[in-house]
Design a protein around this ligand. Structure first.
Ligand code: TYM
Length: 336
């Protein structure tokens, strides 16, 4: 059996970068054969680093669960669960922290970025604003992955370092205890090309923390307004344009059919086509892609217990698997 696992933080409605980077590829893998086990989860404890609002967290948990289901996850085939519903994850994180070098964590991108920001701001304390949750984040993520004995992790390219760390931590554990038990060493599965890191409306990586994202299920009128607001350069309509320098075109490329994209590229390069036309086409394509899923999403979020029931069932199935791993790990370390 091949196990695929991935998680999404519960920090607001997922955006179209999450969709092309993780959700869509993960759902394709879940359907890719008979010997496949897929485990997709809500990384609710991870989101606690940025969210301190309990009511918003409750809503975000429902939103991310509904997104997975609306996008086509079949909960009878894929185990959909909350990280917080599987406490074995946290026990494993504690064990893993004892085989992980602090220096490895010092080099983690998110932690280093926080220190760089403090340095730039001239702060005397480079760790200002950094909590231990952020610092330990890669260890908790390794536990998410290893506790399910995952083989492949479908994620966007922005998560590559986290996946390498999980593999390193598995290697460190296996080196010490491998005679008794070893984790499968996990690998990332990244989408090809641009979708691996989708740009946000300002051209940087699409991310909630940059506030440059397009939520997947924005109502139609708000989606249209947001797409119209994407900045473009001021090349006159008549002049030839470079499609690859334009965010609307790069997003269009991800969602439209290949021949539509090729035709649009030609027209832009020839001149006579303005960015407004690309934005209209982008809006139409996004709306056509997500309208059906949006309806299902809204039903799921409004429904009373459907989401809770699915998550409770998923947690139970996920725990069965996590408990088995923990029993082997405890034996391996002499804690049985
Ligand atoms: P998160 O919640 O930031 O993002 C969820 C998934 O979406 C991908 N993604 C993108 N893909 C392409 N272009 C973008 N602009 C873009 N932005 C986000 C991410 O790569 C990710 O696959 N640390 C993870 C959550 C996590 C996890 C795990 C993932 C916790 N434990 C275990 C896999 C396995 C995160 O913050 O993703």
């Amino acid at each position: 059996t091949t196990t695929y696992l991935t998680g999404i933080q519960t920090s607001g409605m997922p955006h179209i970068g999450n969709y092309v980077g993780a959700i869509q590829p993960a759902l394709t893998l879940a359907d890719s054969g008979p010997d496949v086990e897929s485990m997709y989860f809500l990384a609710d404890y991870h989101s606690l680093n940025s969210t301190k609002d309990p009511q918003k967290l409750r809503e975000d948990i429902r939103s991310v669960a509904a997104t997975w289901l609306a996008c086509g996850l079949d909960p009878t085939r894929t185990i959909l669960y909350r990280q917080s519903g599987v406490p074995e994850v946290f026990e494993l994180a504690t064990i893993l922290s004892t085989v992980t070098a602090k220096g490895l964590m010092n080099r983690a991108h998110a932690y280093k970025a926080a220190r760089d920001r403090n340095a730039e701001a001239g702060s005397a304390d480079l760790d200002a604003g950094v909590n231990m949750g952020l610092f330990n984040y890669p260890i908790l993520m390794a536990a998410d992955i290893l506790v399910m004995e995952t083989n492949y992790v479908p994620v966007g390219r922005d998560q590559a370092q986290h996946i390498e760390y999980a593999a390193d931590i598995a290697g460190a554990f296996n080196h010490l205890y491998g005679e008794n038990y070893g984790f499968p060493v996990p690998q990332g599965r990244y989408p090809e090309g641009e979708g691996s890191v989708l740009p946000g409306i300002d051209g940087r990586k699409m991310s909630k923390s940059y506030d440059n994202h397009i939520p997947i299920f924005l109502p139609e009128n708000r989606l249209k307004k947001l797409v119209r607001r994407i900045p473009t350069d001021s090349t006159p309509v008549a002049e030839p344009k470079d499609p690859d320098s334009s965010v609307p075109f790069r997003l269009y490329e991800q969602f439209a059919d290949a021949d539509q994209v090729a035709a649009m590229r030609k027209r832009l390069e020839a001149g006579g086509t303005g960015w407004g036309e690309v934005k209209d086409a982008l809006f139409e394509t996004l709306n056509a892609t997500f309208a059906g899923m949006r309806e299902r999403y809204e039903q799921l979020v409004a429904a009373d217990s459907e989401l809770d029931d699915i998550l409770a069932d998923g947690a139970e199935r996920a725990r069965t698997r996590a408990r088995a791993t923990l029993a082997r790990v405890r034996y391996a370390i002499g804690m049985d």
